[in-house]
Design a protein around this ligand. Structure first.
Ligand SMILES: Nc1ncnc2c1ncn2[C@@H]1O[C@H](COP(=O)(O)OP(=O)(O)OP(=O)(O)O)[C@@H](O)[C@H]1O
Ligand SMILES: [Mg+2]
Length: 311
């Protein structure tokens, strides 16, 4: 079972404009409402393709936006363990200006969570997680949830025999790695901020990854430059074919969902890295989060995974 902990969900509203008129009226060519927030983008990979792994999503929803998202969840037949909250779930807006080839993101911060709501989600997650399950902690923490939250939950679930995966930034990341999760997934900027905040980089990224010991395994995604990973002390490098990216938003989340789905099927790390990158490349080709399986299959053989040194 794969659990996805999505504490900061959102209604993602993408508005596609031929041209954005500053300080004036713009006409939408197309608009779209999607289940959003990092955790729900991870789930996108689990829902795509022929084989849907067993998964559960754990999230907070409230108010009229929460109601809309609940209907989306039901339509897709997702197993979601939702904690009802008194606040109203946020909307995140994506404004696409086709003429300038620009994407403007407006992320609202979302409602505050009460102690009782947080305790309810925590107890439910604990009760649902079994030894050997994957538990993905994705994104920032909502107001009202202390920065040590991921650390506390990861410690408890790792002790229970679960494989915890952390993808966050800032303080929740700094605290979260202290629980030594099974896997850390961050981008290059987040990794450097964690390992040597504010310092000039002297070592190569490869050496930094080789020496990193705050998580059992680690994956650093590098945008168009692919990824670096370390599993069981073996380093891997991923190189990608060049593409014309339209919008890379959510690529890291889609990468992570595809990676864990493939590992859950019993595949080797190399194959999971290849699949994960094929999914995220496909996502880069559209204006809004989307995976096209034909594109995934075309990209796969052109993604090069190389074993580097062992550390
Ligand atoms: N411009 C790009 N061209 C090609 N591939 C890309 C590009 N940007 C992202 N990718 C793909 O997506 C993966 C993840 O990207 P990235 O390192 O930007 O993640 P991220 O910063 O965690 O993203 P987010 O948090 O917004 O989901 C990369 O490893 C790569 O496969
Ligand atoms: Mg990311």
């Amino acid at each position: 079972m794969i659990h996805v902990v999505a504490l900061n969900p959102a209604l993602d509203r993408t508005v596609i404009l031929k041209e954005f008129n500053h300080d004036g009226v713009s006409r939408a060519k197309e608009s779209m409402d999607l289940l959003g927030g990092k955790g729900f983008n991870v789930v996108r990979s689990l829902m795509t393709g022929e084989e849907r792994p067993p998964f559960q999503i754990h999230s907070f929803l409230g108010g009229y936006i929460g109601d809309i998202l609940r209907t989306f969840i039901d339509e897709k037949g997702m197993d979601a363990r939702i904690t009802n909250i008194t606040g109203t779930t946020r909307i995140c807006s994506v404004i696409v200006d086709e003429q300038r080839n620009e994407v403007h993101l407006i992320n609202e911060s979302g409602p505050a969570i009460t102690q009782a709501e947080k305790d309810e989600l925590y107890s439910s997650l604990l009760a649902q997680t079994k030894p050997g399950d994957y538990v993905i902690f994705s994104g920032s923490l909502p107001k009202g949830v202390e920065p040590e939250f991921y650390q506390t939950v990861i410690r408890t679930l790792e002790e229970k025999g679960a494989h915890c995966v952390l993808d966050s930034s800032g303080l929740p990341l700094e605290h979260g790695v202290q629980a030594n999760p099974w896997l850390l997934k961050v981008n290059e900027h987040e990794f450097k901020e964690l390992v040597s905040p504010g310092e000039k980089q002297i070592q190569s990224l490869e050496t930094m990854v080789a020496e990193f010991d705050q998580a059992q395994n680690v994956m650093i995604t590098l945008g168009k430059n692919g990824a670096l990973a370390k599993f069981n002390h073996q380093l891997y490098q991923v190189e990608l074919p060049a593409i014309e990216a339209r919008n890379a938003t959510a690529s890291g989340d889609i990468f992570l969902g595809a990676f864990i789905k493939t590992m859950d099927q019993g595949a080797a790390v190399e194959e999971a890295l290849q699949t994960a990158n094929a999914y995220s490349l496909s996502n880069c080709l559209s204006w809004y989060p989307h995976i096209n399986m034909e594109e995934v299959e075309t990209f796969k053989p052109n993604i090069k995974v190389t074993r580097l040194r062992s550390s």
